[in-house]
Design a protein around this ligand. Structure first.
Ligand SMILES: *Cc1c(COP(=O)(O)O)cnc(C)c1O
Length: 409
């Protein structure tokens, strides 16, 4: 036992130990497993080039897929909103924090996504927590892709529903589980990432939609990485698969390709109306700030007006994927989707760290992704529309040197 002994049923603290001593032990364990992480200060950016601890690096670690976080149109919109409305929304949306610009943004999202309505949350994480816990409870069933984002997993746990994971991207296993379990529960909710955030592959949306219908289940797809990146005009995975809008629930973030901060849910009028009345992470929190709201609205306008940004991003993804295919065949599996997340495998967490360090010494910023975030360690690359061919070539050349340096992959 840690930090004390038990005698005659009474616990005595070891000398010098407090109720918080276990924190240091836990950190030590994390360190030993090479799982320890800490944030690093970026001193210049955002953009395809950043400065990190005095070093200029080409950035392959950003979610700013379209380069909008530094776009003058968004900056102007945000500063204008601050000048007019101040820095805070000053209250929750149902009390005193609701403004015209919130409605404008929600209408713009709904129109862009082709749904009846939309609702914005303070983050994508909170959109998932609030929506899942509002839609299902103890008598209900959740079927979730095993690789889902933390916000879907935590939302499922918090809801109190029975949660069963299905094999990643596998509609057959999902169907079998529904045959076995669906009838024993009141409501059912299927949860999946649209673009999987660590793997960059897509959910089998064309199969998930009819499965949900067949088993009278709700379907929630979290398109955090697909929003602004997938489909011809960047509206997301639905457009990529050329599916009709349907009544399933589309969640996403304003914080990645849209260059702002916040999350959204898009769907039917009834769904959105219900969430306004039941989603605790929307009701009991302050409305999105004027600057964040205005920036997100400006981003959606810009993407609609200049869809060539999305095309440029997809072109860059293709360019990097082809380069990786040539270079590291055995450790790289290309997903057919052109999603802006690519990765190469590493043998173990220490090896992933070593690769990341090598690349960094070569002027490339690409993060090592390790357990518990993913089951298998890897080096992950996020592509931006604002990467030049030269930036991507430098990544490929640095990786090439790494593999020449090492025993072959
Ligand atoms: C990033 C991400 C989120 C969280 O979005 P935030 O707006 O950053 O809170 C949710 N789901 C997925 C799949 C993500 O990748």
């Amino acid at each position: 036992m840690v930090g004390g002994v038990v005698l005659f049923g009474l616990k005595f603290m070891a000398i010098g130990s407090t109720a918080y001593t276990w924190l240091e032990d836990a950190l030590e364990t994390i360190q030993r497993a090479h799982w320890y992480r800490h944030p690093q200060i970026i001193t210049q950016g955002p953009g395809p080039k950043i400065e990190l601890e005095g070093q200029r690096l080409i950035n392959f670690a950003s979610n700013d897929y379209l380069g909008l976080a530094s776009h003058p149109h968004l900056k102007t919109a945000a500063t204008k909103a601050i000048a007019e409305w101040g820095t805070g929304s000053t209250g929750s949306r149902l009390l005193s924090g609701h403004r015209q610009f919130h409605e404008q943004l929600e209408q713009a999202i709904a129109q862009w996504k082709g749904t009846e309505a939309a609702l914005v949350f303070s983050s994508g994480y909170l959109a998932n927590l609030g929506t899942i816990t509002a839609l299902v409870g103890k008598r209900d069933l959740i079927l979730a892709d095993e690789y889902n984002h933390s916000s879907l997993k935590r939302g499922a746990q918090l809801s109190g529903a029975k949660v069963i994971n299905y094999d990643h991207g596998c509609p057959e296993v999902l169907t079998d589980l529904l045959v076995q379990h669906r009838d024993h529960h009141r409501r059912c909710l299927i949860l999946s990432d649209g673009v999987f955030s660590m793997d960059g592959d897509l959910c089998p949306l064309p199969q998930l939609v009819p499965i949900a219908e067949r088993f009278e289940s709700m379907l929630l797809v979290d398109d955090a990485h697909g929003t602004g990146t997938m489909g011809k005009t960047g509206t997301g995975c639905r457009e990529h698969f050329q599916l009709p809008v349907g009544d399933w629930i589309q969640v996403g973030t304003l914080s990645k390709a849209l260059g702002s901060l916040g999350g959204y849910v898009a769907g039917s009028t009834a769904l959105i109306d219900f969430l306004r009345n039941r989603a605790a992470t929307w009701i009991y929190t302050t409305g999105l700030s004027p600057a964040d709201t205005a920036a997100a609205l400006a981003a959606i306008e810009l993407i609609q007006r200049e869809p060539e940004r999305v095309a440029q991003l997809q072109h860059n993804v293709d360019y990097l994927a082809k380069g990786l295919e040539r270079l590291v065949k055995s450790n790289f599996r290309r997903s057919p989707s052109n999603a802006p997340i690519l990765w190469v495998g590493a043998a173990n967490p220490a090896n992933a760290l070593e690769m990341a360090k090598y690349l960094r010494d070569q002027g490339i910023f690409a993060p090592a992704i390790r357990p518990p975030t993913v089951p298998h360690s890897r080096l992950r690359f996020s592509v931006m529309a604002t990467h030049s061919p030269g930036h991507i070539d430098q990544l490929l050349e640095a990786l090439n040197r790494y593999y020449l340096h090492q025993s072959p992959p």
